[in-house]
Write a protein that binds this ligand. Structure first.
Ligand code: FES
Length: 69
């Protein structure tokens, strides 16, 4: 059975990806990931896109979706 990779939508913050994953740019070049947990920016304000750098807090990014609603 394949291992499941979990993506959590954090309230007012990034997508938290936990598990085996590869992140590439549009040309297929692979980003060097330092851990099994990666935070992907969804506010658009990060200076380290596609990764979150915490800027969402300073920008006042608000988004708190709930599944099944
Ligand atoms: S979600 Fe954290 S900087 Fe964009």
């Amino acid at each position: 059975m394949a291992e499941t990779t979990k993506i959590t939508t954090l309230d007012n913050g990034p997508f938290l990806v936990n598990g085996s994953v590869v992140v590439t740019d549009a040309k297929g070049n692979q980003f060097d990931l330092k851990s099994e947990t990666v935070a992907l920016c969804r506010c658009g304000g990060s200076d380290t896109r596609p990764f979150c750098d915490g800027s969402h807090g300073k920008l006042g990014f608000e988004s708190a979706e709930r599944a099944g609603q």
